[in-house]
Each structure stands twice: as C-alpha cells, then as structure tokens.
Design a protein around this ligand. Structure first.
Ligand code: PAF
Length: 285
C-alpha cells in the first residue's frame, strides 16, 4: 500500500492511474478505523480498480474543541487494517497540507439540508465537512466515493455538494455496521466509559421499538414516547429524536406514503455524543 502525505505526490499517482483508465473508489475517513470503515474500503476495492483512503481529522468540522483534541488517533493500527483489506493507497496529510495557514471553512448552501438535525446542534459542522470533502475530491478525483449511512445527513449533504459543484463523482451510501449488541460502530465508541458503553445499546433498542410504532401511531406520539424513555434512563441524555423525510431531512406535517422516512437520534453518553438512525419504511438498514 502506498502512503502519501503530500497532495502533489498523491495527485501524480492518481494521474498515472487515470492515464491507464483505472477507476478509483475513495473512502474519506478521520481514522480510528473500525469494521464499518473496512467494509467501505472492501466495497471500493470490489467495484473499482483501486481503493484510496484518506485519514484526516478535520479541525473545521468540530464545534467542540475538546472533541477535536480527544478524537482517537490510531494511525499505525489504521495502516495495518488498510493493508489487510488490500487498500492501494492512503493519504495522510497534515493540517497545513490541507489548509495552508488559514484553518477556516468555506460557506456552503446545501439547500437547507444543513439546517436540520445535526445542523441545529453543531454550528458550522457541515461547512467544515463540505470544505474538506470538496478539497479531498479535487485531489483524489475518484470515480466513486463511499460513505456510511450512520452519518445519513452528511451523506445527503455530500450528494448535494457534488450536484452543486458538478464534480463527476458518484456517491454511494452503505449500511450501518453495528456491534453485536446493536450499538452503531463509531470511532468515538472507544472513548465511552465502561458503564456508558454498557448503556449505549439502549439507543438502537429504542429506535427499533419506535420503528414498530411507525404507521400505527402518529409521529408526535412516537417522539414523545422516545423522549420519555430517555428521561427515565439514568445514564443517557437525549439531545434530539426526530422522524424526517429521507430526501428533504425535514419532519413532514403529514406522512407521505410515497416518501421514505428515517428516524434520527443524538444522545450524550457521559461526555460522548453518539448519533444513530434507522430507516422507517423498508427493512432496517
Ligand atoms: O465521516 C467522517 O469521518 C468525516 O466527516 C469525513 C467525511 C471523513 C470528513 O472529514
């Protein structure tokens, strides 16, 4: 596996591959890789001639300084894991390599997707995500880029970014990977205390129960039910639970039988903020 730290060397490598008409599957990550990331890399490799991964903890998408400082970094292990799935190249730039001297995000208009859910609680987060993903896309110029559906709002925003910037890149969302007890895999899970780790599967259990109620009870009563479940929980604090249209990410007044809906949740387990979501129409993905 080739390891690149500079944009220019990676660009040269990519141009060489493109000249040979090789397709490139790209998986942007912030490292601390888990099985969910590796499944994206395997998919990228299966569907393309080459799999390229980036590992970069992007400062402009963190609204919380402590979250950025404590974000898990396991670079040696990440490299071993990427080699184990036959990744062809990994890009591990420094902050200066990406941002030069000014670490600021560009402002984006994602047609309102950025103001829903995470956008209400994480100021500037999606400008940060848009800035780094656009920069990485311009360097790697992949044929297809792969993202996990755990960050479903991010996935929809990246689709919008590609639509608005006319970058010729296909965006694919892939299913959420879960631990055996249902907790959605996330690099942040490594920071949970033992007791919060034991409590965290309650999030997915509650989503599954809420899903069963969908179509029988109205959205407001499901929301109220979920809020009450978390009020009773001694260790987990609900930030939001909402049922939204998968395309607009808005909570429709009236459920449209032709649209797909998804429940979205953000919960604090001690200091660690966890998010999850479940498709409400089809079998859970
Ligand atoms: O989902 C992530 O890990 C990050 O938001 C991404 C897409 C790599 C951008 O920094």
């Amino acid at each position: 596996m080739k390891i690149f730290k500079s944009k220019s060397n990676l660009k040269k490598y990519i141009s060489g591959k493109k000249a040979l008409e090789k397709s490139i599957g790209f998986v942007p990550t912030m490292g601390a890789l888990h099985k969910g990331h590796l499944s994206l890399v395997k998919r990228a490799k299966k569907k393309n001639d080459l799999a390229v991964v980036s590992i970069f903890v992007n400062p402009t998408q963190f609204d919380n300084k402590e979250d950025l400082e404590k974000y898990p970094q396991t670079i040696d292990n990440d490299i071993k894991l990427l080699e184990s799935v036959n990744c062809d190249a990994v890009f591990i730039p420094s902050v200066e390599e990406i941002y030069d001297s000014s670490i600021v995000a560009e402002k984006f208009d994602f047609d309102g997707l950025e103001y829903q859910m995470e956008g209400k609680f994480r100021d500037g987060h999606f400008d940060g995500v848009g800035t780094i993903v656009k920069a990485l896309f311009e360097i790697v110029m992949p044929t297809t880029a792969y993202f996990g559906k755990k960050d479903f709002q991010q996935l929809q925003i990246i689709k919008k970014l590609v639509e608005k910037t006319h970058l010729p890149i296909k965006i694919k969302g892939r299913p959420i990977f879960r631990e055996d007890d249902g907790l959605a895999m996330s690099s942040r899970n490594a920071r949970l205390t033992k007791e919060h780790r034991e409590a965290a599967p309650f999030i997915y259990k509650t989503l599954k129960k809420a899903k069963k109620k969908f179509g029988i009870e109205n959205a407001n009563s499901i929301i109220e039910w979920v809020e009450n479940e978390f009020k009773k929980h001694p260790l987990l604090e609900l930030e939001y639970f909402t049922i939204a249209n998968e395309v607009t990410l808005k909570s429709d007044e009236k459920i449209d039988p032709k649209s797909k809906y998804r429940a979205f949740i953000a919960v604090y387990a001690g200091e660690i903020r966890l998010i999850d979501n479940v498709g409400f129409k089809r079998k859970n993905k």
